[in-house]
Design a protein around this ligand. Sequence first.
Ligand SMILES: [Fe+2]
Ligand SMILES: [Fe+2]
Length: 476
Amino acid sequence: MAQSGKQGSRNQTVLDRLKIIFGITVVAAGTFFVIIFYIFFASGGQMYFYYPYTYPETITMVQTIFPIALALIGLIMFLLIAVLYKCIRHRPLKKSLTVISSILAVLSVGGSGIMLYFASPNIPFWFYDAGPYLTWSNNQDASTGITVNWHSSWTTGSSVRYGSSPDHLDFTATSSDFSQFHHVRIDGLLPNTTYYYRVDLLNAGMKSFKTAPVGNATFSFCVWSDPRENNPYDAAITGPNMPAIMEQQTQLAGKKREFSVCCGDITARGVDRQTWKLWLEDICTNDFACNYSHAVSFGNHERHDDTVGRNLPLFYRYDPTTYSFTYGQVHCILLDPWNVSNAYWSYIPANIYMWMEEDLQAHANSSFTILAVHAPPVFWDGSVASNPADTGGSGAIGTQIVALASAYNIDAVFSGHWHGFWKYNLTGTLYYGIGIGGAESSGYGYGRVDVNATAMVVNAIHAETNTIFDTATILA
Ligand SMILES: [Fe+2]
Ligand SMILES: [Fe+2]
């Protein structure tokens, strides 16, 4: 009798515990559904159950981690309630409550599971290490400075050790970034000098860069555009790695590639962090952007589903609407005329136009001036674009750029957006369509520009065959 009494009491205890666990979900599931409806209303009537999400870095976190965290809070709350109930009433919870709790438990766990399933493709893009990759910041003198960027899995501080010998990284540059997105500007360097650097918090090893020469030098740079189709929305890079190809072929040709310019559409879908990660992986292959600066003129795809450009400044800190640099005898402007009120490059806003004029005047003594702008101001047939981004509406962007190019002797304008190659000479400026970086059916190609004291030779190269299919010589 004593034995079975003891067993019965044990069973009662187990049952009580089970009831408590079931009951826990009342609070958890309730909170869970409150959150779902919050998201429903907060998102203007959209339930973010489709993939890929808008703003995956916040919504998927809300949809996965938040409900789970709330379920945990609910659990703790219910435990407290259940324990108090048991202590005060000396009775287990009612059977009806147990049944309701069971149903809610299934719904809650099921709902979180579904959310986790939909979020899972994006989870690797929340936490990853990428870089370092080099650019220049706004108003940074390329002969005395560089900007080191990287993405880290976790939020950390930002510092770079550097020096003129790999054994003596005697200097440290820091920025106030305490984030996963790092941008450290280094200034005060000597021109035409190789430096070595290391990001200690990133397991990428020693990298190097060379500051720009002052005045005439012999060097090459690459210009390319529209690689994005290598990175479809939800897949890894499947096309040839263009940066790796450019690097190899430039070396094979015996050229010194000192920097590169990309005319935009670097991501498949700017809102989606995974396309940015793929981009960073792409440009860091063969140290393409780790050892050489790579300047990017932004395209419409960088704003795909992200028209206000939330992700842009996370990966590239410079203001892309007023960005230029001088490398030796070449001055380069990267124009991003986009703004919120002018979403499709139909004209250059007055303040940006004024900045361009000032910048061109200030660098009038450069032997060569080039402009990189995503959507072409002049087409293959010489027609001047009113709205080169083919998105409807009309404007004056083509006329504005042609006027600037003619007034300030811009030698070459490079564009992409239309996925093909062309060249057109209009009032002494060569307008290039170089949107052959891999997107869609354009094939693979890029431009290699060989510069010396007297000439700038623009070679269009088939990446797959490493053959030059178009050459133009621009004299100083
Ligand atoms: Fe494109
Ligand atoms: Fe485009």
